[in-house]
Ligand binder design. Structure first.
Ligand SMILES: Nc1ncnc2c1ncn2[C@@H]1O[C@H](COP(=O)(O)OP(=O)(O)O)[C@@H](O)[C@H]1O
Ligand SMILES: [Mg+2]
Length: 268
């Protein structure tokens, strides 16, 4: 049975899609795990990361959530062991298409969970790429997931913002999905040479330690080569030959840390 991870943060550009597509790719390629990526962001960037046009698919996550589409009819294999359930601009209309019709959709935050029924048995891990706001779609992701990982970019978002998001997720969990676990915070696009980044990371670590929230030891450094590989290669950067080793190593370390935590949980 798959463990379902939502990668959530109410900001764009913090590396949600990069983390989802690269972590999924390493787990699939190196660790032979069977992985499904569910894109729920209208920008469709998870498809684009694999060189696919998000408008080329007949069915998307919108059809699974609203039109009774069997997820199997919307899932496409991107690479060996990596499947993708794509999203596109239809997701921008989801809230508008649902909220005025609550007579028809009596459990609006459960549309994703209800739509994905019976898929977990086909995968080791499911990663949900989410939109850059904590709204209706993000709520559906947090209702379906067993775990949430929060990417944190020190320069774009201060620690108060991180705390605010963690608290909002914790409150949502109490109402809709009590078994949801905050599985970790990961420092993304970090420039370790700048004191601002180092200080903010330390502050975030202090808060996480105090609050009993796991913060990954591994950080993903900022890398221009990585951004270029994302823009030009049609595969997630870690699968691209253009990527520089430093970043590939960091993602390797994130995957190792991820699997270590999973194995500890398995023993409990
Ligand atoms: N480690 C990194 N170093 C430099 N740029 C990065 C890195 N990770 C992601 N990016 C770039 O940052 C931008 C936002 O990343 P993305 O994963 O799309 O974030 P989100 O999904 O949160 O909006 C993209 O242009 C991406 O190429
Ligand atoms: Mg994204």
């Amino acid at each position: 049975m798959a463990e379902v991870y939502s990668i959530s943060m109410n900001k764009g550009g913090v590396g949600k899609t990069s983390l989802v597509t690269n972590l999924a790719s390493i787990l699939a390629k190196k660790h032979k795990k069977k992985v499904l990526i569910i894109d729920t962001d209208a920008q469709g960037n998870s498809s684009i990361a694999f060189g696919q046009n998000p408008y080329s698919f007949e069915n998307t996550i919108y059809d699974v959530m609203l039109n009774g589409c069997n997820p199997k009819n919307a899932i496409h294999t991107m690479k060996k062991n990596i499947d993708l359930l794509p999203a596109n601009d239809d997701m921008n209309f989801l809230e508008f298409d649902v909220l005025p019709h609550l007579d028809k959709y009596s459990r609006p935050y459960y549309l994703l969970k209800d739509g994905m029924k019976d898929i977990e048995k086909d995968y080791d891990y499911i990663f949900i790429d989410t939109p850059p706001s904590l709204g209706f779609v993000a709520g559906n992701c947090l209702t379906y997931a067993n775990h949430v990982i929060i990417p944190f970019v020190p320069e774009m978002y201060d620690v108060k913002g991180l705390i605010r998001v963690i608290k909002a997720i914790a409150e949502f969990r109490n109402d809709y999905n009590p078994s949801l676990e905050v599985a970790g915070v990961i420092g993304m696009k970090v420039e370790s040479s700048t004191s601002l980044h180092s200080e903010m990371l330390q502050e975030a670590r202090r808060y996480c330690n105090q609050s009993n929230i796991y913060m990954y030891d591994t950080i993903i450094p900022k890398s221009i080569a990585f951004a270029k590989a994302v823009a030009y290669s049609n595969v997630p950067a870690i699968l691209s030959s253009e990527s520089k080793n430093k970043l590939v190593n960091s993602y390797d370390d994130v995957a190792k840390e991820f699997l270590e935590i999973e194995s500890v949980k398995g023993q409990v």
